[in-house]
Design a protein around this ligand. Structure first.
Ligand code: CUK
Ligand code: CUA
Length: 654
């Protein structure tokens, strides 16, 4: 059905073809006249297949998308919301880096998260490398309430509230020096899992590389999520010490495998690179073994041991020691082949799929077999740290021939798996219940990393769409210099064959993973109600003002300005302080009208916040520079928006 005769296609699309639309119709279309599809196609060099793809994705003004992708922004440190099938970008959500439009990092309430809570070892860090956003789940289904993201570079986890698409919490992991297997959630979001990547002494201690095997460690941190507060509860969280094997991607079990977490690894060789000597670099040092270990963790058992006090304290975190985890059946290994990558539990919870960067297979483990082997203590041996190892063959459902460099796998509703194949630059469709059947490969452009599917990590995927998240774009878009965007490609999976229907350049960092949620599951608010709501407490701030309550309070060198904001004025609009005063603006946007956002900026003071309708914001600073500083609204909110301004007057010291 790829090639349709044009009149037939036009009929299918409900477009009337004007007269004179024969094959040799002249190029220019009729400006302002009746639309002539054939002419437009000829002019733009479009095939019938192109037009069908366009019709599948084009979303007329005012119509909304069916799905929303929440993609990592990679080392942009943020999150990207994208509508599907239109692939229109809806929002960049600031997470680990300052973002002026959202007023994040320029004097407002969000500064506490960005500049204080997210410090590591006392250092302020204002970027992050977001890899794996994971939506909150209820009974294994995306519930649309929260999304968790990790920062691979600085071992942090953030909680983003999807009611207002705002980062509400950043937690710095005090155990590990990097992470990767995060943020993955258990089926009822009991825990947000964060596993380390590059081993280092736990807690940030020093040890030379010669002590790698003894002192360097990985860890899996189980952050307890308190749904009622919408925040991670650090005190109720715990971690499990792991061998220094470079833990990688993780996924939580569901249904039969609920209570278990699976984590890949890729450096059982324990290579630390050249060590400044003549050892091989990490890329070859860590690629010697045919197999690394899939880590199989019984987190419910771990939870019991933690509650029984079997932990040690490292930087305030309860850590279950490796020896205990190995002895008590919390941690078990099974081999996984050839520089493993990817770790994805099937929607029914019955199997775990892993890829291999240097392999040609997707390897599928049967959870029932894994569980039975563990129950019977049918181990093939133990590693150097005493962790029991299962026999690879005995734990296997099968291995599917895929192509060169299979990485990540997502699922549809029919038992199909879609695996990203990095070296081949393909998406390969196969069936995890019928391993060994013929596969279908669709070329993508180019070097695909992750892949995401509609509701694809949930207990009931929707099918419909898959998005290839390609690392390289090369010739797909216009040139913008040597640093190119990534390329997301939308694939229609409803037909008998996969069909590539849209390319979206992602111009901000290297996205790794994304999840795609049904749009109607997102229950976003339109305004903060009642007016004066602090978005970080979800309550009316005690410092918010109602109309008539505006005032300036002076206490020694402390000046508190209680200001209301409404079309088109700030009240008060003239603020006079002395050089050196500690000034706090308490800003209340009194509007309750949809999309009536104001901004508040003080020129030359690096201060800028966003004031969505009903929002309370607070800006504190020392008025150290004397002079006259205009303050103004940064959103074109009304006809007299330019007039929405005032002055901060800072009188010089005598
Ligand atoms: S990793 Cu990036 S393509 Cu961080 Cu999930 Cu595989
Ligand atoms: Cu308020 Cu412009």
């Amino acid at each position: 059905m790829r090639i349709l005769a044009v009149p037939l296609l036009a009929a299918a699309l409900g477009v009337s073809l004007g007269a004179g639309c024969g094959p040799d119709a002249p190029g220019p279309s009729a400006p302002g006249g009746a639309v002539d599809l054939k002419q437009v196609m000829a002019q733009r060099g479009l095939t019938d297949a192109d037009v069908i793809a366009a019709a599948k994705t084009y979303t007329p003004t005012g119509k909304h998308d069916e799905y929303v992708i929440l993609a990592s922004g990679g080392h942009g440190g943020n999150l990207v919301a994208i509508g599907v099938p239109s692939m229109r970008i809806l929002k960049y959500v600031a997470v680990f880096g300052p973002e002026p439009w959202q007023g994040y990092g320029y004097g407002g309430l969000g500064d506490k998260l960005l500049y204080e809570d997210s410090k590591q070892g006392g250092k302020q860090i204002t970027w992050g490398d977001v890899h794996h956003p994971n939506l909150s789940e209820t009974n294994g289904e995306y519930d649309g309430e929260f999304i968790f993201v990790n920062d691979k570079a600085n071992a942090r986890i953030a909680v983003v509230d999807l009611k207002d698409f705002t980062t509400k919490q950043i937690i710095a992991n005090r155990l590990v020096m990097s992470d990767h297997g995060g943020a993955f959630v258990t089926p009822n979001t009991e825990y947000v899992v964060e596993t380390s990547q590059y081993p280092a002494p736990l807690g940030g201690a020093y040890a030379p590389l010669s002590e790698y095997k003894d002192k360097y460690r990985g860890a899996a941190t189980f952050w307890k999520f308190d749904r009622s507060r919408g925040r991670i509860d650090e005190a109720a969280s715990f971690a499990i010490e792991l061998p220094p094997y470079s833990q990688d991607l993780a996924d939580a079990g569901k249904f039969d495998s609920d209570g278990w977490v699976f984590i890949g690894s890729w450096n059982t060789e324990m290579s630390a690179g050249t060590e400044g000597k003549d050892k091989p670099p990490m890329e070859s040092g860590a690629s010697q073994n045919d197999m690394d270990y899939l880590h199989i963790i019984d987190w419910k058992k771990a939870e019991q041991l933690v509650q029984a006090g079997k932990t040690t304290d490292i930087n305030g975190m309860r850590v279950l020691p490796l020896a205990t985890a190995a002895a008590e059946g919390v941690l078990t290994f099974v081999g996984e082949p050839k520089s493993p990558h990817g770790c994805d539990v099937t929607p029914d919870g019955k199997a775990i799929v892993v890829g291999g960067k240097l392999d040609t297979h997707a390897t599928v483990f049967e959870f029932a077999k894994v569980k039975e082997l563990i129950a019977k203590k049918d181990f093939e041996g133990r590693d150097a740290y005493g962790v029991p190892i299962l026999n690879f063959q005995k734990a296997l459902r099968g291995q599917q021939e895929i192509g060169l460099g299979p990485l990540h796998t997502v699922f549809d509703e029919k038992g199909n798996a879609y695996t990203s194949v990095f070296l081949d630059s393909t998406v390969v469709k196969w069936n995890y219940n019928q391993i060994g059947q013929p596969t279908e490969a669709l070329p993508v452009h180019y070097n695909i990393g992750h892949i995401t599917a509609a509701e694809g990590d949930s207990a009931s995927p929707d099918g419909r769409y898959v998005v290839a998240m390609n690392k390289m774009a090369q010739d797909r878009h216009l040139g913008v210099g040597p640093l190119l965007p990534q390329n997301f490609q939308l694939i229609d999976i409803t037909g008998p064959k996969m069909e590539l229907i849209y390319d979206l350049p992602i111009p901000l960092g290297e996205p790794h993973y994304a999840q795609m949620i049904k749009a109607d599951k997102l229950k976003t608010i339109q305004v903060y109600t009642p007016a004066g709501t602090d978005p970080y407490t979800d309550e009316v701030s005690p410092h918010a003002v109602a109309a008539g309550g505006e005032r300036i309070e002076r206490n020694g060198n402390k000046v508190d300005v209680y200001m209301s904001v409404i079309r088109s004025h700030f009240t008060p609009d003239t603020i006079e302080v002395n050089q050196g005063d500690l000034v706090t603006f308490h800003l209340t946007n009194l509007e309750q009208a949809f999309d009536q956002t104001h901004g508040f900026a003080v020129d030359m003071y690096n201060l800028n916040v966003s004031l969505e309708p009903g929002k309370y914001e607070r800006v504190s600073f020392v008025a150290d520079r004397p002079g006259v500083f205009p303050l103004y609204c940064t959103e074109f909110c009304s006809a007299l928006h330019l007039e929405m301004a005032g002055y901060l007057l800072v009188k010089p010291r005598a």
